[in-house]
Design a protein around this ligand. Structure first.
Ligand SMILES: [Zn+2]
Length: 162
C-alpha cells in the first residue's frame, strides 16, 4: 500500500558545472621580478636594503629588519650553494600551488646560496639516502621549457664537486 507521501519523489535539479578556469593575478613588483628573471634569464634575484645592505629574500618593498623602504637595488644571486640541512620524506605529497604530484621519495633541502648568504628551500636531485648524507655543494638545474613558476623554474639542485 502506498501513501500519498511515498509517491512524491524529490524534485531533482540539474546544475551545470562550469569548466575550470585559469586565473591570472599580479605577483607584484618585487616578486614579479623573481618570476621574470627566472623565466627569461634563469637567474635568481633579490633586492638589497639601502640601510642594512642585506639581501631581501624573497624580494619585498620593505626590509623586515630595518622597517625601511627597500628600493630596487637588484642583485643577481648565485645559483650555487651549500646544503645546510635536508629532509627525506617517504610519503607522497602534492604541490599545493599547482596540484602536481611530487616525486616520492624526494629530498628537500635548505640551501645557503653563495656570495650573499641567502637561504632558500628546494629539492635535491640526489635521492639515494646514503649519498644524501654527503651532499654539500649544489647548483640549480633550471627547466629548459615550461618556465614561469618562479623558484619552480628550478627542477632541483644537483650535487657538484668543488
Ligand atoms: Zn635593512
Amino acid at each position: 500500500m502506498t501513501t500519498e507521501k511515498a509517491e512524491k519523489k524529490p524534485e531533482l535539479i540539474k546544475v551545470d558545472i562550469a569548466r575550470p578556469r585559469t586565473y591570472k593575478w599580479s605577483s607584484g613588483k618585487y616578486l614579479g621580478r623573481v618570476y621574470k628573471e627566472a623565466l627569461e634569464n634563469k637567474k635568481l634575484v633579490a633586492n638589497r636594503c639601502p640601510k642594512c645592505k642585506e639581501l631581501i629574500w624573497q624580494p619585498a618593498a620593505v626590509c623586515g629588519r630595518c622597517n625601511v623602504e627597500a628600493g630596487e637595488d637588484w642583485v643577481v644571486m648565485s645559483d650555487k650553494g651549500t646544503v645546510v640541512q635536508y629532509t627525506y620524506l617517504v610519503f607522497p605529497l602534492w604541490d599545493p600551488h599547482y596540484g602536481d604530484r611530487l616525486a616520492n621519495p624526494y629530498p628537500t633541502a635548505t640551501i645557503k646560496l653563495d656570495d650573499d648568504g641567502v637561504f632558500l628551500v628546494h629539492f635535491l636531485e640526489e635521492r639515494d639516502p646514503e649519498k644524501l648524507k654527503n651532499v654539500k655543494r649544489v647548483q640549480a638545474v633550471w627547466k629548459e621549457e615550461g618556465r614561469g613558476r618562479g623558484l619552480g623554474d628550478i627542477l632541483y639542485f644537483r650535487t657538484i664537486d668543488e
